[in-house]
Write a new protein. Structure first.
Length: 358
C-alpha cells in the first residue's frame, strides 16, 4: 500500500520537460539543476531519470558526491563553488567542476597542491550583486585564473540573472550587455540562462542553459503556468482524508478557533501539515483537490493535518485521496494563494513525505 502523504514523481514528465528545453534552446547543452534534493523531487531519482542531460548543477559538494556514489558519471558543477581548501582534492578525485566567485577561492586554488587542474567557471557579477566578480575587477581576476597552474584552461564563464522572471524588465538586457562586453573574444564555454532565461531570453542561450524549476514543469514567473510553455508538472503531492465530520453553523475548527462556519457543512481532515512541509501560513480558502473538485482550507494548518470544507452535501469518504498540488491543481496557483513561490513549496517538503517515482 502506498504511503501518505507522498510526492508522486512522473518520469515521463521529467523526460518530456528536458526534451522541451532542448527544443527551446537547440544550440545549447543542458545542465539540469538538481540542487535542493532535485527541487524536492529526489536528487538521485531525478539525475538517473534525466540520464541524457549533458550535465547537472548542484549547490553543495555533498550533493555532487551523492550523485557520484549513485553512479552518475555526467558533468557536475558546484554552482556555489567550494567552501574549504580541503574540498579541492575531492573535486579532483571525483571530477567535479566548480564556480569561482570570490577572492578567497582563488587564494585556495593558488596555494593548493593537486594531482591535476580543476575545471572552473568564473562567475561575473553582471548585476545580481550576490556572488561573482564585478566588471571593474574582471580582467585582473581573469588573468590571475589563467596564470594559476591548478586551473584547467580555458576558463569557462558564467553569470546569473536577477530579473529574468520578469520578461518585460529590461534589466536582463543590461546584464547581457555587460557580460558580452566583458567576455567578448575570450575562449571557454559560457552559461547565462536559468529557467527564465531559457524560456524568455533566447539571446542568453549560450553554450549551456542551466534550467532548474522548468525541468519540473513549473513556470519561474509569478502568475504564469509551466503548461503554457509546453511543460508538464512532474510532482503530485497527495494525502488522504482521515476523518469526515458534521459541522454546525457557528462552530469553530482548529487552533485559535481561527475559522467559524457560517452554515452547516461537512469538514474533511487531511493527513498533511507543516511537519510535512505544507505551509502553516496557508490562508483560509487555499484549495485542495478532492474527488475532482476544489475544497477550501478552513482553520489553521497544524503539524500533522489540515481541515477543508467539503460542503453540506458532500459524499466523500474516509480514505479518499486529497491532492495538495499536481497537474489538475498547479503548484503555481497554490503558491499564489499562500503568498509564496512554487520553488519554496516543492523544495521544503520534509522527509516525512515519501517520494515515489512513477
Amino acid at each position: 500500500m502506498k504511503p501518505f502523504p507522498r510526492a508522486e514523481i512522473s518520469r515521463q514528465a521529467l523526460k518530456h520537460n528536458l526534451a522541451r528545453l532542448h527544443e527551446l534552446a537547440p544550440s545549447s547543452k543542458v545542465m539540469a539543476v538538481v540542487k535542493a534534493n532535485g527541487y524536492g523531487h529526489g536528487l538521485l531519482n531525478v539525475a538517473q531519470c534525466l540520464d541524457n542531460a549533458d550535465g547537472f548543477g548542484l549547490a553543495r559538494l555533498e550533493e555532487a558526491l551523492a550523485l557520484r556514489v549513485g553512479g552518475v558519471t555526467a558533468k557536475l558543477l558546484l554552482l556555489e563553488g567550494f567552501f574549504r581548501a580541503a574540498d579541492l582534492a575531492t573535486l579532483v578525485e571525483h571530477d567535479i567542476e566548480t564556480v569561482v566567485h570570490h577572492e578567497s577561492q582563488i587564494e585556495m586554488l593558488e596555494q593548493a597542491e593537486l594531482d591535476k587542474p580543476v575545471n572552473v567557471w568564473m562567475k561575473v557579477d553582471s548585476g545580481m550583486h550576490r556572488l561573482g566578480f564585478v566588471p571593474d575587477e574582471f580582467h585582473e581576476v581573469y588573468q590571475r585564473l589563467v596564470a594559476c597552474k591548478n586551473i584547467a584552461k580555458p576558463i569557462n564563464l558564467m553569470t546569473h540573472f536577477a530579473c529574468a522572471d520578469e520578461p518585460d524588465n529590461n534589466y536582463t538586457a543590461t546584464q547581457l550587455a555587460t557580460f558580452e562586453q566583458l567576455t567578448k573574444d575570450l575562449p571557454g564555454e559560457r552559461t547565462l540562462a536559468n529557467s527564465a532565461g531559457a524560456l524568455f531570453w533566447q539571446q542568453s542561450q549560450a553554450s549551456w542553459i542551466r534550467p532548474g524549476i522548468a525541468l519540473y514543469g513549473v513556470s519561474p514567473v509569478v502568475g504564469d503556468l509551466g503548461t503554457k510553455h509546453g511543460l508538464i508538472p512532474a510532482m503530485e503531492l497527495v494525502s488522504q482524508l482521515i476523518a469526515i465530520r458534521e459541522h454546525k453553523a457557528g462552530q469553530p475548527v482548529g487552533y485559535g478557533s481561527h475559522w467559524v462556519a457560517d452554515k452547516d457543512t461537512k469538514l474533511g481532515v487531511v493527513a498533511i501539515g507543516y511537519g510535512d512541509g505544507y505551509p502553516r501560513n496557508a490562508p483560509l480558502g487555499t484549495p485542495v483537490l478532492i474527488n475532482g473538485r476544489l475544497a477550501p482550507i478552513v482553520g489553521r494548518v497544524s503539524m500533522d493535518m489540515l481541515t477543508v470544507d467539503l460542503g453540506d452535501h458532500a459524499l466523500d469518504n474516509v480514505g479518499d485521496k486529497a491532492v495538495l498540488w499536481g497537474k489538475d491543481l498547479p503548484v503555481e496557483e497554490v503558491a499564489e494563494h499562500i503568498g509564496t513561490i512554487a520553488y519554496e513549496l516543492v523544495t521544503k517538503l520534509t522527509p516525512r513525505v515519501a517520494v515515489c517515482l512513477d
